[in-house]
Structures are given as C-alpha cells and as structure tokens.
Design a protein around this ligand. Structure first.
Ligand code: CA
Length: 240
C-alpha cells in the first residue's frame, strides 16, 4: 500500500528515488528526512508485499530494506527481486547479529547493511557509496555518443562544433541516457532516476525535457524515441 511519497521537488538536482522499507514509522521518517536533505526523493513502504509492488512500479535507484517486516520479511523481498532479475542496489537494515549472518550467508546480492541503532547520516553515506558502485567507475569522465560529447565532471556539453548550454535537469537527463548507450529507459525510469519522482508524478515532464534537449542539440542529438517504451541514446541518433 502506497504511503507518503515525497519527491525532491524544488531542488535543482535530484539523485533519484530511494525506497525506504521500514515498519517503524519514526525510523522511516528520520531516514527520509536525511535522504531528502541530500537531494534524494523518498517513498516509504511498511511491509514486504508493498515493498515488492513499489520496486516494480517506481523503479527506485536504491532500496533501504529492514529485515524484520510484516507479511514478507526483508530477506524474502530481496530474494524475490533477485529471482526476478532485479539487481537494484539493496542496503539491509538489521536488528540482530543473526540477521546479519542470514543476509550475508544467502548471497542475495545485498550491497551493504547497517545494524540498528544506526546513525541516519551514516546510512545516507552508505546509500551514496552503493550508488557510486552500481554506476561503475567510468573509464573516462567524457562520454561521446553520436555527435554529442559530455564532460561529466565539468558538466559541459558539446555538439560537433559548439558548446551547448543546458539546464541542470537537461544535463542530468542527457548524461543518464548517454551513460548506457543503446539501453532503452521508460519514462517512469527516467523520472525516478533524474527527478527522484515516484509513480504519482506525470511522465509528460520527461517528454517536455526531451523535446528541449533535442531542440538544443539539433541534428547531433543522439536521443531516439522507442515507440510505446521510452527513450535511448545511441549513435544511430535519429530523432523522431
Ligand atoms: Ca522492523
């Protein structure tokens, strides 16, 4: 069941939506507060079944998963995700040493864990580390797809001839697509990754920003519309 979805609206750069699965409301609220302060969008679920539904519908960039949950416990949630081919980074929250042993022993592809009581600041730092790891270390900080070159560190973009001025959101959207050339992203996935919005937000936002990007990049634009699915960046680059 969906509860208290809050996005990072108002911040110029979002780090994406984090799903917090925790049946202790006070802990969930505290964790969300710290995540939002760091620019993440947040959504809370309080049982395992709701968590699985939210993972499927919202495509969070990471999941903070309490082990002791009603209905399905955190370990079952992670096992089900992995069995379905979902490798979204999972950070487990454990209450006891035997839970740590279970998390580590089952080879669930858990990316990290913290033990209660934990410092929310430390938890958010772990989330950032897990995300950096899952993005992989780029061989170069400069990406090039089709006629567009992006410097990820300096946040600058060039087409064949000229530097192009993008807004912060346009840059994040373009960089997200170009980091995985050829991979097709749904509008919902882009909303979650770039804006930190949950399923409640309108996907029209994505179309508007894609149109603006194409306008600025002109004939060099590597962004391809995949009808009925979403968008990809690749060197075939034909915009439609
Ligand atoms: Ca619990």
């Amino acid at each position: 069941m969906g509860q208290a979805t809050e996005s990072a609206a108002g911040l110029s750069v979002s780090r994406g939506l984090v799903l917090v699965v925790e049946d202790d409301r006070a802990i969930a609220d505290l964790v969300c507060m710290y995540l939002r302060r760091e620019g993440f969008g947040t959504h809370v679920e309080t049982d395992g079944r709701g968590a699985l539904a939210a993972v499927r519908s919202m495509r969070p960039v990471a999941v903070i998963l309490d082990v002791g949950l009603p209905v399905l416990d955190g370990i079952e949630v992670c096992r089900t995700m992995r069995a379905g081919g979902d490798w979204t980074p999972v950070l487990f929250v454990t209450a006891r040493d035997d839970e740590v042993d279970r998390v580590l022993g089952l080879e669930l592809g858990a990316d990290d864990y913290v033990t209660k009581p934990f410092s929310p600041r430390e938890l958010v730092a772990r989330v950032r580390t897990v995300l950096r790891r899952s993005e992989g270390v780029p061989a170069s900080e400069v990406l090039e797809v089709g006629g567009v070159r992006v410097d990820l560190l300096k946040r600058r973009v060039w087409t064949d001839a000229d530097e192009v001025m993008l807004t912060s959101t346009e840059f994040d959207l373009l960089a997200h697509l170009m980091r995985r050339p050829g991979q097709v992203f749904s509008r919902q996935q882009l909303l979650s990754a770039v804006w930190g919005y949950s399923a409640a937000a309108g996907t029209r936002t994505v179309d508007v920003h894609i149109a603006q990007l194409r306008g600025k990049l002109g004939s060099s634009s590597p962004i391809r519309t995949v009808r009925g699915v979403g968008y990809a960046a690749d060197s075939s680059g034909t915009s439609c």
